[in-house]
Ligand binder design. Structure first.
Ligand SMILES: Nc1nc2c(ncn2[C@@H]2O[C@H](COP(=O)(O)OP(=O)(O)OP(=O)(O)O)[C@@H](O)[C@H]2O)c(=O)[nH]1
Length: 337
């Protein structure tokens, strides 16, 4: 933490502030678990409260910010790293700025990046007495959690996120059978039996789960604090999770784009973006989680280029190959006739 941020915090904690504290909710969970979807569902619900959103995307371009902006203007972006370690200072400063506002929001929702430790983020939030921690909601992707937890490289990241939760929200239950759901529950119970698990379909949950409680203590966590700008080091295995982008004024043939992404699915942990396709005049939102690739029409305002952010266990050579394949497949941006 920088000296400026520290002294600022000291002053804030020292000054008696009689205003009502801002309810803080941290939303975490592994890459692609459904955090942005849940956040958008919360923002769409009529809570009657003012909500500010702080979004941390692991990558130099914050795609989530664009997806949330259509729901609220009060979005603060923290990009290019992981807020639980490499950009903790920016988080502290953002929190100070929010608490110092003349008109404070009732609620601050923080969307952690998929590789962040949400309990650690909540701890940083609690340093400022202007905030009252309501929940650390960790999302579990019912379709992929089994493989994620067994993954020798990223399993620990996911396990730590789950252990730091105050509530676990199981997403994508619509994509799995009751039998598989029972297996997932058993797997989670091996990690923790104490944290309640609720289901969410397309981000819909009872809002009381997030807002109607208060947590005094946050379970300690062991963030290594050494990560570089767009790399998160899982030191136990010496793994570097990297992020890189493809940004080009082009359109893709849908089938070809899916084919290229599938070829690299073993190395790409997550891909997301906004792309233009040859068959449609409007842009599409791209999501790739595991082997599942989704392209749905994008409702917001999109720039005149196709942008894809990749997060993966990739080497520079893998990245060059993937970007090369995309460039080769890229057609002109000219709209279809
Ligand atoms: N079928 C189904 N799809 C879902 C559900 N929740 C989220 N998704 C889809 O899962 C994909 C990833 O969702 P996001 O909300 O972007 O996930 P995220 O956790 O914000 O992703 P990162 O920020 O990259 O870690 C999107 O295509 C969503 O539409 C759900 O309950 N059911």
């Amino acid at each position: 933490m920088t000296p400026t941020a520290l002294s600022h915090l000291d002053r804030l904690s020292a000054a008696p502030d009689r205003r009502k504290p801002i309810d803080l909710v941290v939303i975490g969970g592994y890459l692609g678990a459904g955090k942005t979807t849940l956040l958008n569902a919360v923002l769409s619900a009529r809570t009657g409260k003012t909500i500010a959103v702080l979004v941390n995307d692991f990558g130099s371009i914050n795609v989530d910010g664009a997806l949330i902006r259509s729901k609220t203007d009060d979005v603060i972006l923290l990009e290019n790293g992981c807020i639980c370690c490499s950009i903790g200072d920016s988080l502290t400063e953002a929190l100070i700025n929010i608490s110092a506002r003349e008109t404070r929001p009732d609620i601050l929702l923080i969307e952690a990046s998929g590789v962040s430790d949400p309990a650690r983020i909540a701890q940083i939030g609690l340093l400022d007495k202007a905030f009252r921690l309501c929940a650390i909601a960790v999302l579990i992707d019912a379709e992929h959690i089994h493989n994620t937890l067994r993954d020798p490289y990223v399993g620990d990241i996911s396990r730590r996120q789950i252990m730091g939760a105050s509530v676990l929200i199981m997403t994508k239950v619509d994509l799995i059978s009751e039998q598989k759901k029972a297996v997932v529950h058993r797997q989670i119970s091996l990690i923790t039996r104490a944290i309640p698990i609720v289901d969410a379909k397309k981000g819909k949950i009872a809002l009381a789960l997030l807002f109607d409680s208060s947590i005094d203590a946050v379970i300690g966590s062991g963030c290594d604090g050494k990560s570089a700008s767009v790399m998160h080091k899982n030191t136990a295995h010496g793994v570097e999770i990297r992020s890189f982008n493809f940004k080009f004024d082009c359109r893709f043939e849908k089938k070809k784009l899916k084919e290229i992404l599938s070829t690299f699915s073993g190395k790409i942990l997550r891909a997301k973006g906004i792309v233009w396709l040859t068959h449609d005049k409007s842009p599409y939102e791209l999501n790739m989680v595991g082997l599942r690739i989704m392209l749905i029409p994008f409702a917001g305002l999109a720039d005149q280029f196709s942008l894809i952010v990749f997060i993966g266990l990739t080497s520079a050579e893998d990245e060059a190959q993937l970007i090369g394949a995309l460039q080769k497949a890229a057609g002109t941006l000219q709209a279809p006739g």
